[in-house]
Design a protein around this ligand. Structure first.
Ligand code: PLP
Length: 372
């Protein structure tokens, strides 16, 4: 089925602009391996987060997560666990496994849809030292409103806090600080589906210079200074052409985020009075898409059908949740909030510079559901 309003529609710089960049890359004969554009992009990403932060770019966020978990916690032998929400994208659990740990799933808070700190405390009490770390996820790239409490708990319990903020480049926490400042490190994705879209790409942001150095080595075959493998690495580098697209996207990124936030304001104004609930703090995010929670599962199902017949492409993120996907299925695991929310979510398209008529069409489809 083709849709009039696609779920995601990234905006890229004109081909002529990128062609000029490409000509310069060819003239310089430097295509990848930490070239000048990759370095400029890494510096610009770090700069946006704040002084004292280091950014390490990656070919994508999944490799960044694998590298971060392995370097921050040490590569595991499959016996210890890392906590991760089930209400997120599967890459988190997969990265935990690739780094040698077992994912254990956390329930979420009903209001924020973010991982529950009380549940993490319980898990820590149950597992003791078997819990090696937490992969917090800033759900949908929205800054977790309880991030200060998470930070305090991580410090007091000695549990390293790593954060999957894949869709969160350009988002802010409730205190106004940018997503990227929290935990031991945060990970961004620059996939074409994220607000900051390159195509494929990602970055780790951290204050820990030594960790940043190890992450650069990890993505470059584990090489030490004399191009000899010291640690276990792989190839996870960001090529110059991708960095060039990223640098161009940065030029207009603030304006792009503003247009995405205004779409969410329109959705909220129309839908909140009708009982649709938006995740807390979505208004300070860079708004990858707008996941709304229906009053009940029937309304959700009707909404998905109404959107489809209006030729609007919608999704239900995150359903199925990770602990219901075949690889991770734990039938006995009870995550009541996660399962309840997953039965009630609708994810609405949000585009940069989204046409008013398209916004109206989305709202109209959900209005029809309300008045049935
Ligand atoms: C998109 C996404 C990823 C994966 O990012 P890639 O750059 O595509 O590897 C990981 N975690 C979350 C929460 C995501 O939304």
């Amino acid at each position: 089925m083709t849709y009039d309003v696609p779920f995601i529609r990234p905006v890229f710089p004109p081909a002529t602009v990128i062609a000029g960049d490409w000509d310069e890359i060819v003239a310089s004969n430097w295509f990848t391996n930490f070239g000048p554009r990759e370095r400029r992009l890494a510096a610009a990403v770090a700069d946006r987060i704040g002084s004292g932060y280091h950014a390490v770019t990656f070919a994508n966020a999944t490799i960044a997560l694998i590298g971060l978990i392995g370097e921050a916690l040490g590569r595991g032998d499959g016996t210890r666990s890392v906590a991760v929400p089930s209400f997120t994208f599967a890459a988190g659990a997969e990265a935990i496994e690739w780094a040698g740990y077992r994912p254990v799933f956390l329930d979420i808070e009903a209001g924020s849809l973010q991982p529950s700190l009380p549940e993490a405390r319980k898990l820590r009490a149950d597992l003791g030292d078997e819990l090696a770390g937490v992969l917090l996820c800033n759900t949908f790239g929205i800054g977790n409103p309880a991030i200060a409490d998470w930070g305090a708990w991580a410090t007091e319990s000695g549990i390293p806090l790593l954060i999957d903020s894949a869709a969160g480049f350009g988002s802010d926490y409730v205190d106004g600080r940018p997503v990227g400042v929290a935990g031991a490190a945060e990970v961004f994705s620059f996939h074409a589906t994220k607000p900051f879209a390159i195509g494929e790409g990602g970055a780790v942001v951290t204050r820990d210079e030594d960790l940043a150095q190890r992450l650069r080595a990890f993505q470059n075959f584990g090489f030490g200074p004399d191009r000899a493998a010291v640690g276990l690495g792989l190839n996870g580098k960001l090529p110059e052409l991708s960095a060039a697209i990223g640098l161009r996207q940065l030029e207009s990124f603030d304006a792009a985020v503003a247009t995405r936030r205004s779409v969410v304001e329109s959705y909220r104004g129309a839908l909140e009075p009708a009982g649709w609930r938006f995740p807390e703090n979505i208004g300070r995010s860079s708004v990858c898409f707008a996941t709304v929670v229906a009053p009940d599962g029937e309304t959700r199902d009707a909404a998905l059908a109404a959107l489809a017949s209006s030729r609007v492409e919608a999704r239900a993120y995150y359903a199925p949740v990770v602990h219901r996907q075949p690889r991770y299925a734990v039938p006995a695991l009870d995550l009541p909030v996660t399962d309840d929310v997953a039965s009630r979510v609708v994810s609405l398209p949000v585009h940069q510079d989204m046409a008013e008529a398209d916004v109206a069409r989305v709202i109209g489809a959900l209005d029809a559901v309300r008045s049935r």
